[in-house]
Design a protein around this ligand. Structure first.
Ligand code: HEM
Length: 323
């Protein structure tokens, strides 16, 4: 009898997981707004041509969107009234690239009013901005997301891991979003592009365990270089490349750096503190393996708690909910 209940449970769980993965579709706007994906790509590529950092900026915005209330463009909403929006939470103050999403949205509204969601535009633009140097799509983006109507700064902490997170915290926060350790390691590979403010890692350099020490797990020579770039106390304006000399190139160099104990954050270094995750770091040093796994993990991340069907709305303006 018990055995049958287990089988039934497995079946139900299996079915709901499958339908979860089937929520989004390839080319969802094929009939409703044929030009949508091309417009996103053309505008993103033209902006990326003048801003080599755009891929890093928009990729991070998409990640911060998906981890709080799912990929529903809640990160794009401005604060109205007294309830501070996600954007104003501390980890989000350094997000950039919103104006490119606004531009894409306003161009798409001219041809297909209120058809294409801000959440989909963000997911597509993140892919397109990172893909620009390769002149081809680096991963597939399924569409059909709808936009949320709620954005609360108070929901950011506890959902988005901090730079000082250890492996257990990272694993838990990713598992809360149905993402595996493989997804955690592959998606951390996004740190192959972009920059960080000194404050995000200065504790590792100057006060790791509360007595003025440096994190012993950080490569010593690299720690010295970082100290010269980021004097104590941390400046709020200085930034450093997360993957030195390669921070504008989407490649596997991040994993090589992590292996050499040159991961910038404790969260990067933490990937070596677990046997399974450390093996994944090894395997992702191969370019083909990284690109293919990153694509799969982006698809998983892009499906987090998405709103579909009649849920949510299609915003007219990505910064404000519809009246
Ligand atoms: C695993 C947990 C993660 C932690 C603890 C983390 C933490 C951080 C921190 C502290 C910064 C620097 C922000 C600043 O000082 O300006 C940063 C930058 C960045 N993160 Fe992460 N991150 C994580 C995962 C991810 C994921 C999953 C993605 C995307 C898939 C991502 C993409 C980026 C990008 C592209 C930047 C650079 C942004 C820019 O240059 O404008 N991160 N991250």
């Amino acid at each position: 009898m018990k055995f049958h209940i287990v089988i039934l449970l497995l079946f139900v769980l299996g079915v709901s997981r499958a339908s979860g993965a089937d929520k989004l579709k390839k080319n969802f706007y094929k009939n409703s707004c044929r030009q949508a994906e091309t417009l996103v790509r053309n505008i993103t590529w033209s902006r990326a041509a003048n801003d080599s950092k755009l891929g890093a900026k928009i990729l991070r915005v998409h990640y911060h969107d998906c981890f709080v209330r799912g990929c529903d463009a809640s990160i794009l909403l401005d604060t109205v009234g007294t309830d501070a929006a996600e954007k104003s939470a501390r980890p989000n103050l350094s997000l950039l690239g919103f104006e490119v999403i606004d531009e894409i949205k306003s161009e798409i509204e001219k041809v297909c009013p209120q058809v294409v969601s801000c959440a989909d535009i963000l997911a597509l633009a993140a892919r397109d901005a990172v893909s620009f140097p390769f002149k081809k799509d680096m991963w597939e983006v399924y569409t059909g997301r709808r936009d949320g109507r709620i954005s609360l700064s108070s929901e950011v902490t506890g959902n988005i891991p901090g730079a000082n997170s250890n492996f257990a915290t990272l694993k838990n926060l990713f598992a809360n979003k149905s993402l595996s350790v493989t997804d955690l390691v592959a998606l951390s590979g996004a740190h192959t592009i972009g920059v960080a403010h000194c404050g995000a890692f200065s504790r590792r350099l100057y006060n790791f365990s509360g007595n003025g020490d440096t994190d012993p797990s950080l490569n010593q020579a690299y720690a010295e270089t970082l100290k010269s770039q980021c004097p104590n106390p941390a400046s709020s304006t200085i930034t450093v490349e997360m993957d030195p000399q390669s921070s504008e190139s989407f490649d596997t160099h991040y994993f090589t750096a992590v292996k050499q104990n040159k991961g910038l954050f404790q969260s990067d270094a933490a990937l070596l503190t677990n046997t399974a995750s450390s093996k994944i770091v090894d395997s992702l040093q191969k370019a083909n393996t990284f690109f293919s796994q990153f694509g799969k993990s982006m698809k998983n991340m892009g499906e987090i708690e998405v709103l579909i069907g009649n849920a949510g709305e299609i915003r007219k303006n990505c910064r404000i909910v519809n009246a």
